[in-house]
Design a protein around this ligand. Structure first.
Ligand SMILES: Nc1ncnc2c1ncn2[C@@H]1O[C@H](COP(=O)(O)OP(=O)(O)O)[C@@H](O)[C@H]1O
Ligand SMILES: [Mg+2]
Length: 298
């Protein structure tokens, strides 16, 4: 059973690009909303694809404060509530062009945390002089991965789920997303390149657990863009074997998913008759089961 104290938090992640993180995040969030759950969607990817795919591209160019400031400036962490935008299906914390600086900033925060702990003989203030927002007095010791975790605490009471879309690379942003959620949902293509991507993901989870003391739960794998080739079949079997204890769902290649993205909606708002709607609804139902939410009244 996946644990939650407040709302269920989920990070949709796989460091390989183009595996369907954003598509899966938007449509799982849409399916949860369709089931009557209240969802907060957080776009942690500096490229802002989900922000675009939810029709909020103008927010990407919004002036500060943005998610960048909330994640990197301890004094602005409580401004998360100001960033929440209403979308017909869910609430959204959009990405922003400033997020392109976040990886560097969070890396400096990590160094400041280590210097503050005395791990290295460097003046934390000298490091933070290189940063835009990071200051030694607001970086927690040990690791500096708690910023999203903290920020969510202030806004999440109104929601059943927080769904975080993550960047297509390993780094501090992705670690921050996984640290905040403790739960991952993994979209993966049914092609040979996924083997290495999944092996790296498993290694990365172990490293993050060892570094921070958290336990990361895998909620399931979404085999994405599945076609009916031999390679797809072989990879599905591999997923089933590697994730023997977790659900493996199959989302087929459907142009409607791309059209819904262009329309700024999940398929539930765009065209609920698309056959893949059922898969996303069963993912949502299984998440409710895993997080021990009561049955949705029929
Ligand atoms: N099941 C699918 N069928 C058709 N196109 C898909 C499917 N899943 C994703 N795509 C498309 O593939 C591309 C990459 O998907 P995306 O969700 O952006 O991946 P990521 O966020 O992992 O980089 C996008 O153009 C998206 O519309
Ligand atoms: Mg993406």
């Amino acid at each position: 059973m996946a644990r939650r104290t407040g709302p269920a938090r989920i990070c949709v992640t796989n460091a390989k690009g183009g595996t369907g993180k954003t598509t899966v995040a938007i449509n799982v969030a849409g399916a949860l909303s369709e089931r009557g759950r209240d969802v907060l969607f957080v776009d942690l990817d500096p490229q802002g694809n989900a922000t675009e795919g939810l029709g909020l591209l103008e927010e990407y160019d919004a002036a500060p404060p943005t998610l960048f400031d909330v994640l990197t400036d301890g004094d602005q962490r409580d401004r998360m509530a100001d960033l929440v935008i209403e979308h017909p299906e869910m609430d959204v914390v959009p990405s922003n062009i400033d997020m392109l600086q976040a990886e560097r900033e969070l890396t400096i925060a990590d160094l400041v945390a280590r210097a503050t702990e005395g791990e290295v003989d460097v003046d934390p203030a000298a490091l933070s002089a290189l940063a835009v927002n990071v200051a030694p007095d607001t970086v927690a010791g040990g690791h500096a991965l708690d910023t999203l975790d903290d920020a969510l605490g202030a806004v999440e009471d109104d929601y059943d789920y927080v769904v975080v879309d993550s960047p297509p690379f390993y780094g501090k942003l992705t670690d921050t997303g996984i640290y905040a959620t403790r739960n991952i949902l993994v979209p993966a293509l049914t092609e040979a390149t996924s083997e290495r991507a999944i092996e790296l993901l498993i290694d990365q989870m172990s490293a993050l657990e060892a570094q921070t003391g958290i336990t990361v739960e895998t909620l399931g794998v979404v085999a994405n863009r599945v076609e009916t080739t031999g390679e797809d079949e072989t990879m599905l079997e591999w997923f089933e074997a590697v994730f023997a204890d977790d659900p493996v769902w199959e989302v087929r290649k459907r142009v409607a998913l791309q059209r819904a993205f262009s329309a700024g909606q999940s398929i539930f708002a765009y065209d609920p008759s698309v056959d893949m709607a059922d898969v996303f609804l069963s993912i949502a139902a299984d998440l409710d089961r895993q997080f021990d939410y009561a049955e949705v009244p029929a």
